[in-house]
Design a binder for this molecule. Structure first.
Ligand SMILES: Nc1ccn([C@@H]2O[C@H](COP(=O)(O)OP(=O)(O)OP(=O)(O)O)[C@@H](O)[C@H]2O)c(=O)n1
Ligand SMILES: O=P(O)(O)OC[C@@H](O)[C@@H](O)[C@@H](O)CO
Length: 445
């Protein structure tokens, strides 16, 4: 077994690990076993699905991050095949996962889980981990597991001996006859789908696996059934959320990527160095707030010393709009990128940085400014290596607003509003899609 290094953090992590909720603190010790030794045949690709990339990061890393962000889970045991052991160690190292121990998977899911439990049992010669009171079993390919459902199944397992998450059935379950016709169907309203996480008093599930028949180890798919059959324990069933589904087919990877993109696009920070309420950046901020319901739009300054910006970075914001007015240099953007790189924020999720230039590109000669703006291509290539997606956005900002010539002011006001609305639409799309194919591009509103 290989313990892993210190952890990286992602959305949902708030600085020092949150204190354990009272109910969890009532459980003496909790560990988790993650079966991750499958081949992912139904995914239809050579790479086992737990290692398939989602936003250029292996799927299993999201599940590890979800579990390691919960401070009352003391140890996480992951079962992987021998041929994937080095790859798994590399993932733990790259994403700085913590409290991870690796064991060799079995040829079936139940055998993998059993190997994970043996690592936690103190009756094994090479066991380095202490036996938990309660053990969580969770498929490594179910990345969207939240603390509340884990706490519910752990608390229920302490009382009942076993507990598992369930979901309403989407399709009706039927039983075919030998000749391939309908024999009977089950009343869908009286049945549920068994999902994960599940939790057990360690002794209940470990003894069940030790008594388990070879047939059950080979063909079984339900841990709760083992606790019932061999331990006479009727597991408590806990309603789970829709996001607990198991990534099984390719479509599930697309769904997982969409959910992750949606989650990290919920907060946009407008970076500008002014408190002037009439600053055009504040108009852009207002339009973004109106365009994007349920998205938090805040503003942060790079100086003095970017203190409030540092707080926004700590709050795990992954989307930044850096506002430059009547300038085409990179100084502001460069300083923002330096702060983001120092924060290590982009280890877990791609950060989008949009460098916005308000320029009167209809009346100001383009040559010099354009040359500066084209630097973005090279700069973007550089920061892409650190998972930062940088692109530029040119928003038409008539000079009349600077010279204050009121006679044209009204005429140009509508043009500016149109540009700001189009700019906000482009910003929203770039942040939502997080398409690495657009890095280094200069878009025009
Ligand atoms: N011998 C096995 C088989 C499966 N699993 C794990 O059990 C979980 C759920 O299993 P499943 O979705 O069936 O994964 P695969 O067996 O990889 O998928 P398939 O049946 O499509 O091959 C996955 O995290 C998988 O890696 C495991 O640890 N050991
Ligand atoms: O059979 P699979 O390996 O695809 O899935 C294993 C489990 O996730 C599945 O059986 C759930 O119903 C929970 O027990």
């Amino acid at each position: 077994m290989e313990p892993g290094p210190a952890a990286a953090r992602g959305p949902g992590w708030r600085g020092a690990a949150a204190p354990a909720p009272a109910a969890a603190a009532a459980v003496a010790a909790v560990a988790a076993v993650l079966p991750a030794g499958g081949s992912g045949e139904r995914m239809g690709v050579p790479t086992p699905k737990q290692f398939c990339p989602v936003l250029e990061r292996p799927l299993i890393s999201y599940t590890l991050q979800a579990l390691e962000s919960i401070c009352w889970i003391k140890d996480i045991v992951v079962a992987v095949t021998g041929e994937n052991m080095e790859a798994m160690k590399g993932i733990i190292q790259k994403y700085q996962h913590q409290r991870i121990s690796l064991v060799t998977a079995g040829v079936t899911r139940h055998r993998s889980i059993f190997n994970g439990l043996k690592a936690l049992a103190e009756d094994q010669p090479d066991s380095k981990l202490s036996k938990p009171e309660v053990v969580i079993i969770h498929d490594a390919v179910r990345p969207f597991v939240e603390e509340d459902v884990l706490l519910k199944v752990v608390t229920a397992a302490k009382e009942h001996g076993a507990a598992g998450a369930i979901r309403p059935l989407v399709s009706t379950v039927i039983s075919p006859s030998a000749d391939g016709c309908l024999d009977h169907s089950l009343d869908r309203a009286r049945h549920r789908a068994s999902e994960m996480p599940q939790a057990f008093l360690f002794d209940v599930i470990y003894e069940a696996y030790q008594q388990c028949s070879d047939y059950d180890l080979e063909f079984g798919t339900e841990c709760l059934q083992l606790a019932l059959k061999y331990g006479h324990v009727h597991a408590k069933l806990v309603e789970g959320s829709p996001d607990l589904w198991k990534v099984t087919y390719k479509r599930d990877l697309y769904a997982a990527e969409s959910i992750i993109k949606e989650r990290i696009s919920q907060h946009i920070c407008i970076v500008m160095d002014t408190k002037d309420e009439n600053h055009v950046g504040h108009h852009l901020e207002e339009i973004l707030k109106n365009e994007l319901n349920h998205v938090k739009v805040t503003s942060g300054a790079l100086c003095p010393a970017g203190r409030d910006l540092e707080q926004i970075i700590l709050e795990q914001c992954y989307s930044y709009v850096c506002v430059n007015v009547m300038s085409s240099d990179f100084e502001k953007t460069r300083r923002l990128l330096n702060m983001l790189e120092e924060s290590n924020l982009s280890i877990l999720y791609p950060i989008v940085v949009i460098s916005v230039y308000f320029l009167d590109y209809k009346s100001v000669p383009f040559d010099q400014k354009m040359e500066n703006l084209m630097q973005i291509k090279e700069y973007a290539k550089e920061v892409k290596k650190r998972n930062i997606l940088l692109c530029g956005l040119l928003i038409y900002y008539p000079q009349v607003f600077c010279s204050g010539k009121t006679m044209q002011l009204l005429m140009e006001e509508q043009n500016l509003q149109a540009s700001l609305r189009q700019g906000a639409t482009i910003i929203a799309t770039l942040i939502k899609e997080r398409n690495s194919g657009l890095v280094g591009q200069l878009l025009v509103a």
